[in-house]
Ligand binder design. Structure first.
Ligand SMILES: [Zn+2]
Length: 216
């Protein structure tokens, strides 16, 4: 429902607007208004319950084509739904994940491939495209609450490591100790002191991970 300037309760019907929506007039102050239904999917015409079912299937691990066959929604529509849902989740997380008091963060990356393998990229693609080939999901998880305060999708570069670290740092209320697997890009990212504060416990943990790996 659209919020009107008038807060009165008594209203009378005043026909319909050109889109067929019911119009009302306030009996006390005479303001005209229309009650529009909320549109969580924006301009998309797909049924809301069906859209929810499709998203639930996808999050349970069902494939895009299988979801399309089961729900009867077109594959391209499901792709658009995914993008819409992703942006909404991003806004929700940006809105809520602030001033976090975490105890110990573990940083890591998940590997995946987009469109084709890194070795199959042409020289031009390697230089210009940063959205295909080898791709990583940068994540971090809190030891106690299992909360993931932020994530980043991109190449495993020092630049992305720095951006991710800065993003996590700005969501924390106080510096938190953290560890990583000490791969080179995360090693390069110096804003770690922003997260860990003056006593950087990470260096010790990195050494521990390294010695553990050497023993294998
Ligand atoms: Zn009124």
């Amino acid at each position: 429902m659209i919020a009107t300037t008038c807060q009165h309760k008594r209203k009378t019907s005043k026909g319909r607007d050109r889109k067929g929506q019911q119009r009302w007039t306030c009996k006390d102050c005479g303001v005209c208004f229309t009650n529009y239904d909320p549109k969580p999917l924006g301009e998309m015409q797909v049924n809301l319950d069906k859209a929810k079912l499709a998203l639930r299937m996808l999050t349970e691990g069902m494939s895009l084509r299988a979801t399309s066959r089961t729900t009867g929604i077109d594959r391209n529509t499901i792709c658009k739904l995914l993008v819409l849902f992703g942006h909404a989740c991003q806004r929700f997380l940006d809105d809520r994940m602030h001033g976090l008091k975490l105890t110990h963060l573990q940083f890591d990356e998940q590997h995946t491939t987009v469109l084709k393998k890194q070795a199959r990229l042409t020289v031009t693609e390697k230089a210009e495209r940063h959205d295909i080939g080898e791709m990583y999901i940068w994540t971090c998880i809190d030891q106690q609450t299992k909360l993931t305060p932020s994530f980043l999708v991109g190449k495993r570069s020092a630049d992305n490591a720095r951006r991710f670290m800065m993003d996590v740092a700005k969501r924390l209320a106080r510096p938190a100790p953290h560890t990583s697997d000490a791969k080179r890009p995360s090693e390069c990212s110096r804003p770690t002191t922003t997260i860990a504060g003056r006593r950087d416990t990470r260096t010790r943990a990195v050494r521990l991970v390294r010695s553990a790996r050497a023993r294998l």
